[in-house]
Write a protein that binds this ligand. Structure first.
Ligand SMILES: *[C@@H]1O[C@H](CO)[C@@H](O)[C@H](O)[C@H]1NC(C)=O
Ligand SMILES: *[C@@H]1O[C@H](CO)[C@@H](O)[C@H](O)[C@H]1NC(C)=O
Ligand SMILES: *[C@H]1O[C@H](CO)[C@@H](O)[C@H](O)[C@H]1NC(C)=O
Length: 800
């Protein structure tokens, strides 16, 4: 500064020197007179008095015509010609007049015109401290990287001060701070250059910005100052690696969590800013399994599932997650994922052996061998195994989750042939999962049941005179076994009575047990017969059973009533004698008839069809008694013929008729004796003897019966009728009436029975006493015939 001022000063001195050379023409060798005034002094202020300085009298100056001139310049001084006082014409600003030049000198001349005389003078304008140092930029931004080493200097803005000398800029200060101090350096042109020196390393993360106040101070009294703000921005460098909040994250995730579920969120932070602080997350050293299963959101650090977890295949995952910032620095953490088991696997059943069919009657048989498994863990994988309670099977646990299914007891196919067994395996997890396995066990048959007839004995009814090969009924047996063990064959058993020609009577259908009559049956010849049937299954060995079949032949009305008395075919017809004096109701005679059928078919009724004199005789319908209906008179004709019809009660009815001859004779009738007493008496003394001859015919091999009936009645009415009339009765075995039922039969043998007519109280009945021919028994097809006491009912006719 001093140097600069010196240089300027010497330049001015040279100019002033030239001026004095020119002036030297008039006043050579005269020294200029020096005056000075402080700048900014008020206009009109006194600078100097020229009277004294020029050595003139006060009056003289005014007379000489003084003038102050300055060449080419505005005159800033004025002269009071009277007093000689040199006054300031205006306020002077040194900085305007001279700028930085110092000293600031304004040369001027004082011209005396009369006589002409020049005086050189100069006015020095003294500086006052009227300017403060000024920074052109009030705020200055300085960007410093945090990587800059301490000791580095940073040039900062200089201030300016228009004042010169000691009033000019003297120094700088900076506000107190932790990192910088100020260093002032003089420049070549005398300027002071302020510099900031970094004292210690910057850390943006610690303090990203400094605000320093730079103060420039001048040397005035009092000093003036100006300030500027220096804002220091600390520039970031990537001096921080990302750091995870946790180095180890432990999470538990249930298996089967849906895809996309959040597993964890890892988080790292980086103190740097901008790209250096931007973190992205990636897996590091991830296995294939991890890459398939997880995904990490590079920005958010969210760990997501990309496929379902399966505890049964992988229980844990260890994931290394790396966080990298934009500058390439990284940090890492570990995420330990533990998969939690869910009961997501039902138990499994593996059948090793299965016997689907077992024979009945076996003890403790193994039906199935199977194993169970469940890949879940803990209770989720523990199992219980069961079958229904109500089955004759049980489960026997074996080693290694193996079970056998065994029969409890011998099975009986006939009570149950099929079992549906449901094996239920349940685990103990939550929720409980179960597996069911159904097996069907068939019980195969053993021939352990004999056929059974539906009845132990069958009674079949047939009407006689059937057509040959008629289906007369069926026997039926069942066998609870199955298949061939239940297939039955029916057969006729050999008859107990070796004489019964069973094979010619009936046959049986071996397959269905239908029974057929082989020929027409005749009730009158064979009322009933009995035989055995058998049923045999086809098991091995075969089982069989038997039943009895009793065939009762039903009577048909195939016999007409047969009149026993009076005989129609006698050589001399029987004539009844009736005394004319007989009272009304006199018993003339009694028509006796029989019917070969039985039951209703043999119930007989009597009816008078025709009479010579109607109204004279009556026939009692029930018993065939013929009695007089009124008193006889002389006018009645002596001979009478009566036609009596005997009808049975069959459907259709059959009938026979008989002609009676009555002769009225003179005389008195005996008093009427009630018949029972008389007959009983007679029967006891001399029983009515009836010879009833029954002939049985055997026709070829069939047992169709032909009946020959010979009836001989020797009727003796000694007490009543002998004297009154006479009946011609054939003697001995009577070769009379022949009935051939079959029409083809031949008479093979005839038998004679002695029949006793016993007079009872209300019902009279025949009684067979004994066979007349002793060899009858040996050829009887009907054992019952021997039981003579029953025969009466079968025939059912009566005689009184
Ligand atoms: C066994 O199951 C089968 C098929 O489901 C069925 O047809 C049969 O009736 C069942 N048997 C028994 C005894 O329940
Ligand atoms: C097994 O049988 C049970 C009972 O009959 C039935 O409810 C179930 O559906 C069957 N299960 C299978 C797998 O056939
Ligand atoms: C017996 O009676 C029948 C008719 O009832 C007759 O045809 C037959 O000639 C008679 N016989 C005698 C010997 O009278």
């Amino acid at each position: 500064m001093e140097a600069k001022e010196g240089k300027e000063r010497s330049l001015k001195q040279r100019q002033v020197l030239m001026f004095f050379v020119l002036l030297g023409v008039a006043q050579a060798g005269s020294e200029p007179r020096h005056y000075s005034v402080a700048e900014e002094t008020e206009s009109g202020s006194f600078v100097a008095n020229l009277v004294k300085d020029l050595g003139l009298e006060v009056d003289e100056l005014a007379a000489r015509g003084p003038r102050v001139i300055s060449k080419g310049r505005k005159m800033r001084l004025q002269l009071d010609r009277q007093t000689g006082d040199l006054l300031l014409n205006e306020k002077l600003d040194r900085e305007e007049l001279c700028g930085p030049t110092e000293p600031c000198v304004l040369p001027f001349q004082v011209l005396l015109e009369n006589p002409l005389q020049f005086f050189h003078a100069e006015l020095r304008i003294r500086d006052i401290n009227d300017h403060s140092p000024v920074f052109l930029d009030k705020e200055r931004i300085l960007k410093i990287s945090e990587s800059i080493t301490p000791g580095t200097t940073f040039l900062i803005e200089s201030a300016q001060d228009l004042d010169v000398g000691s009033n000019g800029l003297q120094s700088y200060t900076v506000s107190p701070n932790s990192h910088f101090h100020l260093k002032l350096q003089d420049s070549a042109d005398g300027m002071i250059l302020p510099q900031l020196v970094l004292d210690k390393a910057l850390d943006r993360e610690e303090q990203p910005e400094f605000r320093l106040t730079l103060t420039a101070v001048d040397g005035g009294t009092p000093p003036r100052s100006g300030t500027a703000l220096v804002r220091i921005e600390v520039l970031d460098i990537n001096d921080n690696a990302p750091e995870f909040a946790n180095l180890l994250y432990e999470v538990q995730v249930p298996e089967n969590s849906p895809i996309g579920s959040q597993v964890a969120v890892v988080s790292a932070s980086d103190l740097d800013i901008g790209a250096y602080g931007e973190i992205s997350y990636v897996f590091s050293q991830a296995s294939e399994d991890i890459r398939k299963t997880f995904r990490i959101n590079a920005k958010s650090g969210e760990l997501l599932l990309t496929q379902k977890l399966d505890f049964e295949s992988i229980q844990t995952y260890t994931l290394n997650v790396q966080a990298t910032d934009g500058g390439g620095l990284s940090g890492s953490c570990v995420v330990f994922v533990q998969v939690m088991d869910l009961n997501d696997n039902p138990p499994e059943l593996t059948m090793s052996t299965l016997i689907s069919e077992i024979a009945e009657n076996l003890q403790e048989t193994i039906i199935a061998v199977f194993s169970v498994s469940d890949p879940d863990s803990g209770d989720n994988g523990r199992m219980v195994c069961s079958i229904q309670d109500d089955l004759p099977f049980f489960l026997k646990p074996s080693v290694d989750n193996f079970y056998t299914l065994v029969t409890n007891t011998a099975l009986d196919r006939e009570s149950r042939a099929e079992y549906n067994i449901t094996i239920t395996v349940t685990d103990l997890g939550t929720p409980r999962l179960k597996t069911q396995h159904n097996i069907t066990v068939l019980v195969s048959d053993v021939n352990d049941n004999a056929p059974a007839f539906t009845q132990t004995s069958y009674t079949l009814w047939v009407r006689e005179n059937n057509s040959p090969a008629l289906h007369i009924g069926s026997v039926s047996a069942t066998d609870t076994d199955a298949g061939a063990n239940a297939q039955l064959t029916y057969s006729l058993l050999p008859p107990q009575d070796p004489h019964l020609p069973l094979a010619s009577l009936v046959s049986i259908n071996a397959d269905n047990g239908h029974l057929f009559a082989l020929r027409s049956l005749d009730y009158e010849a064979l009322q009933a017969f009995e035989f055995g049937v058998g049923a045999t299954d086809r098991g091995s060995p075969a089982l069989s059973s038997q039943a009895r079949v009793r065939v009762l032949v039903l009577d048909a009305n195939d016999n007409s009533p047969f009149v026993l008395y009076p005989l129609q075919n006698g050589s001399a017809p029987c004539t009844e004698l009736v005394p004319r004096a007989a009272e009304a109701g006199y018993l003339v005679t009694k028509v006796v008839a029989v019917d070969g059928d039985s039951g209703q078919n043999a119930w007989l009724s009597y009816q008078l069809l025709k009479a010579t004199e109607p109204g004279l005789f009556g026939v009692w319908p029930h018993n065939g008694e013929v009695r007089t209906a009124r008193l006889l008179s002389e006018r009645d004709a002596p001979k009478h013929r009566l036609l009596v019809q005997v009808r049975d009660n069959g459907e259709p009815p059959r009938s026979a008729s008989v002609t009676l001859h009555v002769l009225l004779v003179d005389g008195f009738s005996q008093p009427y004796l009630p018949l029972p007493e008389a007959a009983a008496e007679q029967a006891r003394a001399d029983p009515l003897t009836v010879y009833l001859v029954i002939a049985l015919a055997s026709v070829s091999s069939l047992f169709l019966l032909s009946v020959l009936l010979f009836v001989a009645v020797r009727l003796c009415r000694r007490s009543r009728a002998a004297s009154l009339g006479r009946c011609s009765v054939p003697e001995g075995p009577f070769p009379g009436h022949l009935v051939d039922v079959s029409g083809t039969g031949t008479l093979s043998q005839s038998y004679q029975y002695e029949v006793c007519l016993r007079a009872g109280s209300g019902t009279s009945e025949f009684k067979f006493l004994k066979p007349v021919v002793p060899n009858f028994q040996g050829h009887s097809p009907r054992p019952e015939i021997e039981e003579t006491s029953n025969f009466k009912n079968d025939f059912g006719f009566s005689i009184q």
